[in-house]
Design a protein around this ligand. Structure first.
Ligand SMILES: [Zn+2]
Length: 172
């Protein structure tokens, strides 16, 4: 396993439509493990393969919500259903130092595969739903800043104290 360098804007790979995964092999498992390790190292909530320079349809999530941690990897994920709308604050590991206020779905249903190619379906609300939409957007070359209604919804983060940095878990 290895921690990879996280690509930041304006790297063009973040704007590419990522390729569908067709081989569910050892290389894929290794890549997913690297992504999860990179995510943990960055204390993030989610990571998409293009963020480590690999233009393939893979996302990993590590969500802490209601004292419970959800960790998962989804290959070739797609949103099959969206319900409702909510306003939320969002950041991105590829856009360090900023946080924005955007609208996301209240609930999403996502279909994809696990690392072995077995179909999985997941329903996400709240922060999990937000993270799913955010990471799947990455696979389509979309960044959260594209959803800003206006530039004043984007804030630059003040340099944080250690204590504040630990509380901040919304970067994806
Ligand atoms: Zn992101």
């Amino acid at each position: 396993m290895a921690i990879k360098k996280i690509v930041t804007v304006p790297d063009p790979i973040l704007r590419k439509h990522a390729k569908k995964v067709t081989a569910f092999d050892k290389d894929l498992q290794r890549l997913v493990n690297d992504m999860m390790q990179t995510l943990h190292d960055a204390s993030g909530a989610g990571l998409a393969a293009p963020q480590i320079g690999v233009s393939q349809r893979i996302i990993v999530l590590s969500i802490n919500e209601n004292q419970c941690t959800t960790e998962l990897a989804i290959i070739n994920p797609e949103v099959v259903k969206r319900k409702g709308e909510r306003v939320c604050k969002e950041g991105c590991l590829s856009i360090p130092g900023y946080i924005g206020e955007i609208k996301r779905s209240a609930e999403v249903k996502v279909k994809g595969c696990d690392v072995y190619g077995k179909e999985i379906k997941i329903k996400g609300q709240g922060f999990l739903g937000q993270a799913l939409e955010h990471e799947i957007d990455h696979l389509n070359g979309v960044l959260y800043v594209d959803h800003l209604e206006s530039q004043d919804k984007l804030k630059r983060l003040e340099p944080e104290s250690e204590e504040d940095a630990e509380e901040e878990t919304s970067e994806e």
